[in-house]
Design a protein around this ligand. Sequence first.
Ligand code: UGA
Length: 434
Amino acid sequence: MKQIGIIGVGYVGLTTAACLAEMGHQVIGIDTDRQKVALLGQGQIPFSEPQLPELVERNLRAGSLSFTTHYSEALRDADMVFICVGTPSSPSGHADLSQVEAAARQIARFATRSLIVVLKSTVPPGGNAEWLADILQANLPSTIKAPLVVNPEFLREGSAVYDCFHPDRVVVGAWDTAAAEEVAGLYVPLQCPILLTDPASAQMTKYASNAFLATKISFINEIARVAERIGANIHAVAQGMGFDGRIGAEFLESGLGYGGSCFPKDVLALSAIAEQHGYSSQLLQAVMEINATQREWAVLKLEQALVSLQDKAICVLGLAFKPDTDDVREAPALELINMLCQRGAQVQAYDPVAIPTAQKVLPPHAGLRYCGDAYEAIQGSDAILIATHWPEFRSLDWDRVRSTMAGSTVLDGRGLLSSDQMRTLGFEYLAFAS
Ligand code: UGA
């Protein structure tokens, strides 16, 4: 059993803390947000993530998990401390590492004995691990050692707990072999491949993995544009491609493109870091460009179908950037709502969980109304836009939907429905090449 401190209890930090506690370690989560720490201490999770509330609750009760705002408390007996703070995009596109730097300085200030510093936050390669190790070394007394181990996170929101216990792989990058093996040892019970490497390669693996998945999405969206022009069905094409083991079936869903707190920021940061090191990545730029224009494509489709969007009632189903989360960061739905409202549309929006988070960030458009359920949002609408892949939208009573709409247009931005069935029911069904 290890004593572990976790700095930053957002999606990654809280999930890591709860999973490590469940695996038998003694874990203390540290966050500067007093209110969040107070709520977590009572087992209340500030965001929506399946299985996490039960896991936190169980380990709080067992005494293996606790939360504090005091570094001194969390670092007193720690064998390891994980840095899990955010690295948002700065205006230049580079990752803003100020929270990571602050965490390293606090570790150096409050550590009373040697411990391993595990970097889980997504930090670009190219000198940043060295920079962080220097901060630790320069600010710690010479008697205290704090080797740095880069251990990127690959969990997905919406299935974070499952991913934590069933990783496809664990990547551990370090200069200090003993520290690397100790961190790798945490994951041995999970029986997955564990790659030991250097810090820069571990950091690059994280960026390359996210960039590759984003590329896969933009690739299928690009093919959908071509398929539409030549009359091919993109779902059949994606299915046919996916059977090839070298390609794989996942992340070939065409639609409104990727959102969330990771892909947009990480592809941009990788492109910026490449640029900073003298290389301009045309591929990454194209991935971002295709993703951005998918949303314009959707608005154009609606505009063509309804002739004009002025005073048209548009029902937007789904606000979260993907199902099973209330996270709306970089969610296509939000950008679409802004675009629709700017064109004079009246938007009736619904999401099973993400309305409160959307309300916090969307500007209060005169034409925007949030609805209590999908049918209320659909009532009297000229068109429906499906923006999130929530399964409950598939199982709506589409006969009833047809009779309560004012119009008949459905733009399926997530390829959720069957084009044949929708057309048989009398809808003008629009999708990405289907
Ligand atoms: C992503 C990665 O999948 C995780 O491995 C990684 O750990 C995480 O970023 C991170 O860096 O922290 P996440 O952002 O939670 O995870 O969500 P994904 O499931 O990857 O979906 C990202 C976006 O791509 C969503 O908006 C989704 O709707 C979209 N997407 C996904 C598609 O448009 N098409 C697809 O075929 C798949």
